[in-house]
Design a protein around this ligand. Structure first.
Ligand SMILES: *[C@@H]1O[C@H](CO)[C@@H](O)[C@H](O)[C@H]1NC(C)=O
Ligand SMILES: *[C@@H]1O[C@H](CO)[C@@H](O)[C@H](O)[C@H]1NC(C)=O
Length: 184
């Protein structure tokens, strides 16, 4: 069932690969599997990259004392027909160019496919880059920017296994954010 959709989705890439190979005498097109698509072209297909549709940040008196927060976020994939598994993400999140939150998290079951946003699960130990007091100044913000991020992911996974590893840089302005401060 999925195979025809995949083929359509990757047709531009296959054509590109074919185009680049026209100098090769009688390159049989049947030799080109999806696994042959180079990382550079996958990168192209994945631009404008994954979109974070919602960011939820949680802080408490305790986490402020530890200079940390925890967060979770929803991601929408640009290629719903292709399963993508996120293994790791590092990110600097802030506002007006100033980073306030920073993390570098490994995920064990963060599988993206389909049209619905997928939640990351809890990312603990998010560093408050500017310190707790400065962070309180932006506590009422309803939007933050992902100033810089790197996704380490695998494209074309099956139920989270296999796939082609890829490191994908990303940045995203004005991500809708819910910031909860829990008072004990
Ligand atoms: C995130 O952690 C991994 C593994 O510890 C490391 O290789 C990578 O350089 C880190 N990335 C950042 C941006 O700190
Ligand atoms: C993927 O997982 C689902 C649910 O766990 C299962 O029904 C399906 O058979 C699995 N597919 C493959 C290709 O392993």
């Amino acid at each position: 069932m999925k195979i025809p959709s995949l083929t359509i989705c990757f047709l531009p890439a296959v054509l590109l690969v074919l185009g680049n190979q026209t100098h090769v005498a009688a390159a049989p097109s049947s030799d080109l599997g999806i696994g042959d698509i180079p990382a550079a072209i996958l990168n192209l297909l994945l631009s404008p990259a994954l979109q974070v549709s919602q960011l939820n940040i949680e802080m408490s008196v305790l986490t402020l004392l530890l200079n940390t927060a925890s967060l979770n976020f929803d991601v929408v994939t640009p290629v719903p027909l292709v399963e993508i598994t996120v293994d790791r993400m590092s990110a600097q999140i802030g506002t007006q160019g100033t980073p306030f939150f920073s993390f570098n998290q490994t995920f064990s079951n963060f599988v993206l496919s389909g049209l619905n946003p997928i939640n990351s699960g809890i990312v603990p130990n998010v560093e408050l880059t500017q310190g707790a007091l400065q962070t309180l100044n932006v506590i009422s913000n309803t939007r933050f920017d992902i100033l810089s991020a790197t996704y380490n992911l695998r494209v074309l996974t099956v139920n989270g296994t296999g796939g082609i590893p890829l490191s994908l840089p990303a940045a995203q302005l004005s991500v809708p954010t819910k910031l909860d401060f829990q008072c004990p």
